[in-house]
Design a protein around this ligand. Structure first.
Ligand code: SAH
Length: 408
């Protein structure tokens, strides 16, 4: 028998608006027995059925909605939901290159695809699956099987190791998914090709050791834009990771590209990535292992100037409670970045912190410009690509926001 989760009086509003999370404080009681990840029927206090959710007894997010209608949650549900997510992406002309043999594309984007805590990225002939919810954990094999059916890709590697799994009472799990055909041996290092200002840029993905599922697919559009803007410009790429923005800048005709990251292994892969692109002028690239906060001060002391600065830092505010200290860090690097720009220069600046909303981020950058005494305007607002949709009822999904700014 499926257990029933009954909401406290007056707490059904967000579920009626199709927000996928039910917080502990909104739960009146659970009738029946349910273990972590089990499906529960969700009911308003007046008895109205609102849909079905996966129970996470250990988390403050006590349940995550699978559906807002009356349907069973079974293998067929995941086949339908996964197929819809993948097919809707395949139908978008702008993602056509990403579905070619060497493409990189996000296939499942968690809550915004109706699959809370489930992310899947395809890198060429490998899919990387990342599960961070008890419900996703329970249906892991069904989801993997559905992915193979709809894509024809049997090699699925699991990177279920983000810290947030602990909040769900789940331990980390990484490696080839058991049972997936053709999945054995060494961890994969697929090569993907991104459309660039001229031709393609090849990028090797370290699936086992890289950040997230190995790479930042969410910045694909911004990397290409960086390449389009780079012609004849001196480029500074801060927090370069494995060199994505830098390679695109070189492909776009940058005269020099200085790339900074604090991670030695990320820079090693960045150098290898440059070698994967023999058409690019390696002599124009400099890779530097350093702390961005410190090194930008050094560059300023040296009187260096750039025409295009990219600031794509890690998540300073994992949640709203860190927003204040994160705001200081964002302001600090934006101030430093703005000061290194030559007149008329461009800044591509980002925040991937869910705790900082787009308006707040723009305010922080505006404060930095004001402190620097620099006039600046927003040319474009930037976000993750169309394979990272944001559920209309789930503004939390808009974690990545960026601004393209021109200084006076
Ligand atoms: N723009 C990249 C992704 C950046 S991820 C892309 O398109 O692929 C953020 C990077 O910041 C990581 O590689 C991390 O190693 C680096 N990082 C974190 N703190 C840093 C610091 N204080 N100084 C320099 N790099 C830092």
């Amino acid at each position: 028998m499926t257990a029933t989760l009954i909401l406290a009086p007056g707490r059904e509003r967000s579920v009626l608006r199709r927000h996928p999370w039910i917080f502990a404080g909104a739960v009146d009681r659970i009738d029946g027995r349910a273990r972590p990840g089990d499906t529960v029927v969700v009911q308003a206090s007046n008895g109205r059925a609102l849909g079905r959710a996966a129970l996470s007894p250990e988390s403050q997010i006590r349940a995550r909605m699978w559906t807002f209608v009356d349907e069973s949650i079974d293998d067929a549900f995941f086949r339908r939901t996964v197929a819809r997510a993948v097919e809707q992406r395949r139908d978008l002309p702008e993602l056509a290159p990403e579905f070619e043999a060497s493409g990189g594309v996000r296939l499942l984007h968690g809550e915004s695809d109706g699959l809370p805590g489930v992310v899947a990225d395809r890198y060429s002939d490998v899919i990387v699956l990342q599960i961070t919810s008890a419900g996703g954990e329970k249906w892991r094999d069904a989801i993997a099987d559905a992915l193979t059916r709809v894509t024809g890709i049997a090699r699925i590697y699991e990177r279920s190791d983000p810290d947030v799994r602990a909040l769900e009472g789940l331990v980390a799990r990484t490696g080839w998914l058991t049972g997936a055909a053709g999945s054995e041996g060494e961890a994969p290092r697929p090569l993907i090709a991104e459309r660039a200002a001229s031709g393609r840029v090849n990028i090797e993905v370290d699936v086992a050791g890289g950040h997230k599922t190995g790479f930042y697919l969410d910045q694909r559009d911004s990397r290409r834009l960086c390449g389009e803007l780079a012609q004849g410009r001196r480029v500074l790429n801060c927090f370069c990771y494995t060199g994505g923005f830098s390679l695109h800048a070189l492909a776009g005709g940058a005269t020099e590209v200085l790339s900074i990251d604090s991670s030695g292994p990320a820079l090693d892969l960045a150098r290898a990535n440059l070698a994967h692109n023999p058409g690019l002028e390696a002599a124009r690239a400099t890779w530097l292992e350093a702390d961005v906060f410190q090194h930008l001060r050094t560059l300023r002391a040296e009187g260096r100037k750039f025409d295009l600065v990219v600031l794509d830092p890690p998540k300073f505010a994992p949640s709203a409670s860190h927003a204040k200290s994160a705001a200081r860090a964002y302001k600090d690097i934006n101030l430093l970045g703005l000061r290194l720009l030559a007149p008329g220069g461009l800044l591509m600046t980002y925040s991937c912190s869910a705790g900082i909303d787009p308006a707040m981020f723009q305010g922080i950058v505006a404060d930095a410009a004001a402190d620097a005494g620099i006039g600046a305007r927003v040319l474009r607002r930037l976000s993750a690509g169309v394979d990272h949709p944001v559920g209309l009822a789930f503004p939390e999904g808009e974690y990545l926001k960026g601004l393209l700014i021109r200084v006076a």
